[in-house]
Design a protein around this ligand. Structure first.
Ligand SMILES: [Zn+2]
Length: 281
């Protein structure tokens, strides 16, 4: 899968931030990526971009060009999301949950997953910050989408049976608030599905600052262990974690890709982690 990566605009306003996981404002340099850099929190070990563009400027990155990238890759992204849900054994819970509330795709891009979940009998809702992508989802895929961040979505607490969010939390400036909002939106017994690059995976360790997920748009880089710790702290109960991806397509080590992918998956140390968590009933 190709990662969308371009240089940040020169006129973005930057600000220094404390750690979004533990709140402490003391971090050591971690990865220097040229136009931007990552630091590691001295207290909890979380890795994040610092300084970071202000939220308003970050939102401007999700423009027409970003929509085009999402649209060009929509079918491939759908296949990956569906595979992720299968690996998490999500579909075993589907029948019981479908009656209990919405399937919310938080960061739904062009709405391809929502369209498919609607066909499976779900009432669906999307939230998307990239306006052209949201418009495409509404007009071309006929699914309801709120345009804007999750904080501004007019959804009632407890209205969602499932909140799915794939490759989104690493783009969000405040992942703690983001996860808290997911928790509020879920009904008791509802499920959260969170997919994000895993900084503790094999590729991140191998490539360091050249890791394909160490890009400007990723302002928080979680290890799966830290993310699960944060989720438990916020009240979630983690049901299972899966991971996949041993080596990126097109890397210099291409002949090793297939065995590396198999090994990474078997050992649960892949490049991307997927976490299935429940809000206690
Ligand atoms: Zn911290």
């Amino acid at each position: 899968m190709k990662t969308f990566s371009k240089r940040p605009a020169q006129d973005e306003r930057l600000a220094s931030r404390p750690c979004a996981v533990c709140g402490v404002d003391s971090a050591a340099p971690y990865w220097d990526c040229g136009d931007f850099s990552f630091v590691r929190c001295r207290r909890c070990g979380h890795v994040y971009q610092n300084p970071q563009p202000l939220s308003d400027d970050l939102e401007l990155r999700y423009d027409y060009e970003y929509f085009q990238y999402e649209l060009d890759n929509a079918e491939q992204f759908y296949q990956l999301m569906h595979k992720g849900l299968q690996d998490l054994d999500f579909f075993a819970h589907e029948q019981l949950l479908r009656e209990r509330g919405l399937f919310l795709d938080l960061g739904c891009a062009t709405g391809v997953l929502l369209q498919n979940m609607y066909r499976r009998g779900w009432r669906v809702q999307g939230i998307e910050i990239c306006e052209p992508a949201a418009r495409y989802a509404i007009e071309r895929r006929s699914v309801p989408v709120h345009v804007g961040p999750v904080e501004s979505a007019p959804l009632a607490e407890g209205s969602c049976a499932v909140v799915h969010t794939s490759h989104v939390i690493e783009h969000v400036p405040d992942p703690r608030i983001f996860l808290q909002r997911i928790y509020q939106l879920l009904c008791p017994g509802g499920l959260a599905v969170i997919v994000t690059p895993d900084r503790s995976g094999f590729q991140a360790r191998l490539f360091g600052s050249r890791w394909r997920s160490a890009i400007a748009d990723h302002v928080n880089l979680f290890s799966s262990g830290q993310l699960m710790r944060l989720m438990r702290e916020l009240g979630f109960s983690v049901v299972r974690k899966r991971s996949w991806g041993g080596l990126a397509a097109g890397s210099a080590l291409q002949p090793l890709k297939r065995p590396a992918d198999r090994l990474a998956k078997a050992l649960n140390v892949g490049d991307v982690c997927a976490i299935l968590a429940r809000k206690p009933a």
